[in-house]
Structure formats: C-alpha cells, structure tokens
Design a protein around this ligand. Sequence first.
Ligand SMILES: NC(=O)c1ccc[n+]([C@@H]2O[C@H](COP(=O)([O-])OP(=O)(O)OC[C@H]3O[C@@H](n4cnc5c(N)ncnc54)[C@H](OP(=O)(O)O)[C@@H]3O)[C@@H](O)[C@H]2O)c1
Length: 300
Amino acid sequence: MARSILHMLSPSKHVSPFDVNMALDAGFDLIVPYQAVLPGEVGSLVQDAIFSRAPQDGSRTCLFVGGKDAETALDMMAAAKAAFVPPFRLSLFADPSGSFTTAAAMIALVSRRLSDRAGSGIAGRRVAIFGGTGVVAYGAAVLAAGEGARPVLVGHDGADRVARVAAAIGSRFGANVEAADGSTAELRREIIRQAEVVLSAAKAGIQVLSAEDLRHAPKLLLAADVNAVPPAGIAGLEVQANGSPLGDIGQALGIGALAIGNIKYQTELGLFRRILASDQPLAIGLHEAFALASEIAGRG
Ligand SMILES: NC(=O)c1ccc[n+]([C@@H]2O[C@H](COP(=O)([O-])OP(=O)(O)OC[C@H]3O[C@@H](n4cnc5c(N)ncnc54)[C@H](OP(=O)(O)O)[C@@H]3O)[C@@H](O)[C@H]2O)c1
C-alpha cells in the first residue's frame, strides 16, 4: 500500500500544531506543512500532488485546509475540487482553527442534551451565538440553521460585521441567520431575553455573560461554552459540565468546553482515520464533521 501523505495548507502564518499532532496520532506516515497559502495557489498545488501518484493511490494523499477563516477555507476546498482531473483526485479535509469539528461537537451535544431535557432538540429554538465574527460561531450558525433552529450571531462591537457573516452564510448555504449588536450589557440582555439556547464561541479567556446577565434570560434551557481558558465565557459554567444545572439560573443546563472538546477530539481523530481507511478519496467538511459528532454524542 502507498504511504499516506497529508499536505497541510494554511492561509495563515502557521499550520496548527494541534492538527499536526492529531493527524500523526491518527496514523499518517508523512505530514507536510504549507503556510501563507493563497486561495489562488491551491489548484496548482493539488495538480502537483495528484499527477505524481497512480489514481488508485489518490486516497492515500490528503489535503488539509486550516487557517482562521471559514469562507476562505471553503473557497480553498472548492478550488481543490475544481483542480481534480479524474481519475486523478485526492482526499480533502477542511477544519480551519479546528472550528468545523468544534462547532459540530457543540451543536451535536447541545441537541442531545436538549432532547434529553426537553424532549426535542435544537429545531425551532432561538439560539444566541456570542463571538459572532469568529470561525467557530460561523460553523455553529450554519449547523444550527440547518437543523431548523433560529440562530442569531452576536457581535461585540456592533452589528455590521456579524451582519456580513450572516449574509455570507445565507448566500453560501441558503441558511437564515440573524445578526445582533451585543456591545453593551443592555443589548446582550435584550438578546438573551428571547433565547432558549445561548452559545459562547468568543475569544479564549473572555466572559461574554455575567451571572447577573443570565437573570435576564427567562426562557433559557441550555448554555454551552467552548472557551476552556478562565474565566468561563458564561459565568458559572464549569468546563466539565455536561448537562448539569447552570448554577441557580432557573431551569437552565450547562455544557462546558471540556465536554465539547472531548467530542471534538474524537470527531477530528475519527475523520482522519476514516480518510486513512478509505480506498476512495473523500471530501470532509462541516457537515461530515457534524454527522460523526452526532453519532459520537449519541444523538439519534
Ligand atoms: N473546546 C474546544 O474543543 C475548542 C476548540 C477550538 C476552539 N475553541 C475555542 O473556541 C473559541 C472560538 O474560537 P475562534 O477561533 O473563533 O476564536 P477567536 O477568533 O479568537 O474569537 C472568536 C470571537 O470572539 C470575539 N471577541 C474578541 N474579543 C471579544 C470581547 N472582548 N468580547 C466578546 N467577543 C470578543 C472575536 O471578535 P473579533 O472578530 O473582533 O476578534 C470573535 O468574534 C475560543 O475560545 C477557542 O479557544 C475551543
């Protein structure tokens, strides 16, 4: 069998050491990093890779797309696919900043715990997503909308930037995502007053909601946080929480960063292993990550 090679592309200055470790632990024989890659360079890199190996070894060659921006990563995936010259192809996996697997883990676990608690998942529920211009929030909004929820991306410095993200999601996925200004405590409280689910996907070490803010969320059923660096993104949410009560905040349950991180870790590792086990080239993105995360989270 041909050796497995992972070409790791990032438009950023560095490829992610987390992803390098995970790919090696999954079993790749060789990992080659490429930094500061422009979307326009992806096609020629793909064609350089595919023609050096027999078509049947396309499944032993994988191109991973990292970076810090979901739209750029999705454009790079599309450029890579467009460069295939069948039967010469390779496997593709996009997970910028680990965000697709993280968002997949968060929405899968949130849906599972809502079903346990309230008898139905995220569909139809108002979901406020803090850290709305970030790459994890992007994935969470796409998946929540795809599940029939009503996501709103919350910006910390006004509504303009989150509105642009919501519009980009709408035109790429046909998904309905709203945008809101969360730049003051009053505005944040107004947003969470309507929400049944609150997700914190803000920068590490930033608290977006205080205990006092949470008293203004009478409909809140579940709060989840992906930030593992103290303080918690949502006050009172323990990193290990996995459906336990959120302090003394009414009926709400909490899911912390390590519970989500556990599903995220298994999802990313599982997707690398799936690529290695396949005799056909695979294309893995946000929705494939969500399908596996949902299985792992035990969601029907
Ligand atoms: N649990 C896990 O398995 C896991 C895995 C991966 C990532 N994470 C965590 O997921 C979170 C999101 O990741 P990311 O890569 O999207 O992070 P990010 O790009 O660093 O930040 C996400 C968002 O936070 C916003 N933000 C910055 N300062 C803020 C403030 N003072 N108040 C409110 N929001 C603020 C950013 O706004 P700007 O656009 O203005 O910068 C951006 O919208 C991070 O906490 C990261 O550590 C967790």
